[in-house]
Design a protein around this ligand. Structure first.
Ligand SMILES: Nc1ncnc2c1ncn2[C@@H]1O[C@H](COP(=O)(O)OP(=O)(O)OP(=O)(O)O)[C@@H](O)[C@H]1O
Length: 333
């Protein structure tokens, strides 16, 4: 049944992308000056979870690198690398200048100085989940570097700008904006068909089954691929060569659950604690949640940081079992 398991993984970066020609074109135009050795315009990509923002950014920057030849690129997930220091570290890492940096002892100014001295080829930095930065001033640090271009990705534009002071928002207010919408059912079906073609035996799944998966995924390609992956494994276990409607129905809860579980596994310690507070407390107001969270940690993050974490969990529509076999989505705002 499965001929290439990698293409059914969420992390897989496809060589061909479906249905985002316009978004690819706008981002390519923003970065076009790089072809002539100049920095590109800052691009700001926003839209809901699973709409292909990361995939399209990586695809477009990858394609540009192939065309330009000499160009550097780095992907930073600000959900994981959320401090100013860690972002600068990752940016230096992308040009091979971070090997001797020590988290405890190297001063941040030293990192900035190294970046300022960078005079190599044009360098594109993709900052994903950029609204999760603890200190958005790092965007200004990067903005001032001569050979660096930025692609910023966030779920909601307002959340990013709400954290910026006037200087930052006026700098980034003129970024090239690219809005991503949820995928339609037909679009999800063609994304899934491509994955089935690359990763499953011929005729393993029909259009009707793919449409069922797409419908359950409600516009989110990550969830759709997760359900397909589960269905393929289930069919393999059952020793059949075809994914039936029944198999799809049985795979929907597991597929969704796996995506949720993966998201939770990526949480930092404080996000994990907050998530556990949420699970234990059920439907609660954000203010109460903050107090409950503070009771469980010695060094609480600020209210603003916790609000950011909550809004992220909300975007991921984290569904938690209430222990009675029912699932419920916690309302966070
Ligand atoms: N147009 C597309 N063609 C092929 N695969 C796609 C496309 N869009 C998304 N995918 C796949 O769907 C999955 C989710 O996409 P992606 O991570 O880009 O979503 P996102 O919008 O960045 O979501 P989030 O906000 O949750 O990070 C990935 O496995 C990606 O490869």
């Amino acid at each position: 049944m499965i001929t290439d398991a990698r293409v059914l993984q969420a992390e897989f970066s496809p060589k061909e992308v479906e249905h985002r020609d316009q978004e690819v074109d706008v981002l390519s135009s923003a970065l076009e000056p790089i072809v002539a050795g100049q920095p590109g315009e800052t691009a700001l990509i926003f839209g809901p979870s699973g709409a292909g923002k990361t995939c399209i950014a990586q695809f477009t920057v990858g394609r540009l690198q192939e065309a330009v030849g000499e160009m550097n690129q780095q992907y930073v997930n600000c959900w994981q690398d959320y401090t100013r220091f860690r972002v600068l570290y990752r940016v230096l890492e992308g040009i091979g200048r971070a090997a001797d940096v020590h988290r405890q002892s190297t001063p941040r100014d030293e990192l900035l100085e190294r970046l300022r001295k960078y005079d190599g080829p044009q360098y594109v930095v993709i900052l994903d989940e950029v609204d999760q930065l603890e200190d958005p001033r790092v965007l200004y640090d990067l903005y001032r570097m001569s050979n660096i271009s930025m692609v910023l990705i966030t779920n909601r534009e307002e959340e990013l700008f709400a954290q910026m002071d006037e200087r930052l928002s006026s700098r980034f207010g003129s970024s090239v904006r690219i809005q991503f919408e949820r995928y339609t059912l037909d679009e999800l079906v063609s994304i899934l068909s491509a994955r089935a073609r690359w990763g499953l035996v011929a005729d393993a799944v029909g259009r009707q089954e793919l449409a069922l998966i797409g419908d359950a995924a409600a516009g989110d390609a990550r969830v759709a691929i997760g359900i397909l992956r589960n269905a393929a494994h289930r069919a393999s276990r059952e020793g059949v060569d075809e994914i039936s409607v029944d198999v799809v129905h049985q795979s929907i809860p597991d597929g969704k659950d796996e995506v949720r579980q993966k998201t939770i596994e990526q949480f930092t310690e404080h996000q994990q604690i907050l998530y556990n507070v949420l699970v234990d407390a059920g439907e609660t107001q954000p203010g109460e949640l903050y107090d409950l969270y503070c009771e469980r940690v010695d060094d609480p993050k600020t209210r603003r940081t916790i609000r950011n974490y909550l809004s992220k969990m909300d975007h991921y529509k984290l569904v938690v079992s209430d222990g009675n076999g029912r699932n419920r989505t916690y309302r966070l705002r």
